[in-house]
Design a protein around this ligand. Structure first.
Ligand SMILES: [Ca+2]
Ligand SMILES: [Zn+2]
Length: 224
């Protein structure tokens, strides 16, 4: 009995249950079942949002209720990027390198950009010019890898690019978008709750600098 009581007290205290400090005298089998149940919950790896016990008397548990967090909480508990997080946690210029100059269609540097026609990526192309597909070879390599991991992570979900190379001066002055070395991404279908995981997948896909820029998109960039 003492052994089970100690196990239960320890299990309860791990959940921060105040009952651990004032253990009721409950039956041997109940204590064992309860301790095993708590161990199983802990083993599931899911956070517990509620733990409630009811007693018929000082020696009998009448019910025990445990609410586990949803899988959304499981995602939050992982290494997903948080809003405004940068990986690595340095300035973009330090990691990806400063822009040399804005590339226009008429510049020779434009010929160094590639058009990404990967069918596993949805390109927003709201400009209707194909600019969203234009990018450096390194950015294409990273996004192509990311597209694979996105479809592996979520069935029926694709990587979506809303901006890559920009010729419409829609970004801040020194933005790497102007050199085709940056992209703004989401999932498709668009789901803000997936952005934190998307950011981590982008890091793992080899994109050099990943920034959870706002609640609507992830910004990524690469070195030259
Ligand atoms: Ca666009
Ligand atoms: Zn951007």
């Amino acid at each position: 009995m003492a052994d089970y009581r100690a196990r239960l007290t320890r299990a309860l205290s791990e959940f921060g249950d105040p009952l651990a400090a004032a253990m009721p005298r409950i039956g041997n089998i109940q204590v064992r079942s309860f301790a095993d149940a708590l161990a199983a919950i802990k083993g599931s790896g899911l956070p517990v949002t509620r733990l409630q016990m009811r007693y018929d008397s000082s020696t009998t548990i009448s019910s025990m209720t445990v609410d586990l967090a949803s899988e959304d909480f499981e995602a939050l508990a992982s290494d997903d990027l948080a809003l405004y997080q940068k990986v690595p946690n340095q300035s973009e210029g330090t990691v990806s390198g400063a822009i040399a100059g804005r590339i226009k269609r008429t510049d020779p540097e434009f010929n160094d950009l590639v058009s990404n026609i990967n069918t596993k990526i949805i390109f927003k192309d709201e400009e209707g010019t194909g600019a969203d597909r234009m990018m450096s070879g390194r950015l294409k390599t990273g996004l192509d890898a990311l597209a694979e991991s996105v479809s592996s992570q979520w069935a029926g979900v694709k990587l979506r690019v809303t901006e890559a190379w920009d010729e419409d001066n829609e970004h801040s002055g020194e933005s790497l978008h102007y050199e085709g070395r940056a992209a703004d991404i989401t999932t498709y279908p668009v789901d803000g709750a997936k952005l934190g995981r998307l950011g981590r997948l982008a890091v793992e896909a080899g994109l050099d600098w990943v920034y959870f820029e706002d609640s609507a998109h992830i910004h990524v960039s690469v070195t030259k």
